[in-house]
Design a protein around this ligand. Structure first.
Ligand code: CP
Length: 306
């Protein structure tokens, strides 16, 4: 098995890397019961650089580092950085790397810039979202949650619904499911928001189909993975207004079906998933967010070679 250094795409992780992270995440989840810190990374520094907004990914990496015993340092808001004075992305990464962190966790809006950062940086770079391109650590969190909730990572039918064109979790989750045999994805979206050809062209084992209605596939899927319409990625605001209510998953909607799938969502949600679903037994999205901490602990352990 290749050692994990930079994590830029879900494709970079081979199946054995993913299986290792899933099993280590499970161990960390158990070890953390009743403990605040495992002290296995006491002299390490994890640097989070988030040039686009985040709650879950930024905080779960910072908590993961802290639970391992590492120091979590944050770049802070771009408004208080010299990016405001015109400093380039490349120089920003050179400066951060020059202070000698053990790992840089990077979110920014330009597809492909995570790879540029990894090429510049001595420290390993973990892509925490590069525009609409990829979000590999979310895909690890998703597959860990799927395994915990269903007991398997193969032979599943997953409906991925919403803004599949702009959603970076969609591409990374597709690549992740492709590593395990016998999975099928149904991409559910209006034509304008369907999955990018560039994504499906990289799949090898994963069977997939496209649908424009969620009703017709509800009883065929094990998991419904709901995603937000990504307002910030639309160049035309009227197009966003036209498409934003395309699908809404509510308790009332779900109760129409005898067989209901598990409901996952990378969060944040806006209008596409109503609060009254939260108390249903199928709702798994808050566990999914919490699982991100254990998965990122396992990933940090591997990347820092602990
Ligand atoms: N799921 C996810 O990436 O959430 P944040 O944007 O809050 O990090």
């Amino acid at each position: 098995m290749e050692r994990i250094k930079d994590v830029i795409s879900a494709i970079d992780l081979d199946r054995s890397n993913v299986e290792l992270i899933l099993s280590e995440a499970e161990i960390f989840q158990k070890q953390l019961e009743g403990k605040r810190c495992l002290h296995i990374a006491d002299d390490r520094i994890v640097m989070t650089v988030f040039l686009e907004p985040s709650t879950r990914t930024r905080l779960s990496f910072q908590f993961a580092a802290t639970y391992l015993g590492a120091r979590a340092m944050d770049f802070g808001a771009t408004e208080i950085s010299s990016i405001q004075k015109g400093e380039t992305f490349e120089d920003t990464i050179r400066m951060v790397d020059g202070y000698d962190p053990d790992v840089i966790v990077l979110r920014q809006g330009v597809p492909g810039n995570a790879k540029i950062a990894a090429d510049i940086s001595r420290a390993p770079v973990i892509n925490a979202g590069d525009g609409a391109n990829e979000h590999p650590t979310q895909a690890l969190t998703d597959i860990y949650t799927i395994k915990r909730e269903t007991g398997k990572v193969s032979g599943l039918t997953v409906g991925i619904m919403g803004d599949l064109k702009h959603g970076r979790t969609v591409s990374s989750l597709s690549y992740m499911l492709d590593k395990f045999g016998g999975n099928t994805v149904i991409y559910i979206a209006p034509e304008e928001l369907q999955v990018r050809q560039e994504v499906v062209s990289k799949l090898s084992k994963l069977r997939y189909e496209k649908a424009d209605s969620v009703e017709g596939v509800m009883e065929d899927i094990d998991i419904l993975y709901v995603t937000r319409i990504q307002k910030e990625r639309f160049s035309d605001p009227t197009e966003y207004e036209r498409l934003k209510g395309s699908y809404v998953i509510s308790r009332n909607f779900l109760e129409k079906f005898k067989k209901r799938p598990l409901i996952m969502h990378p969060l944040p949600r806006v209008d596409e998933l109503t609060n009254d679903v939260d108390s249903m037994k199928e709702a798994k999205y808050f566990e999914q967010a919490r699982n991100g901490v254990y998965v990122r602990m396992a990933l940090l352990k591997e990347v820092m070679d602990l």
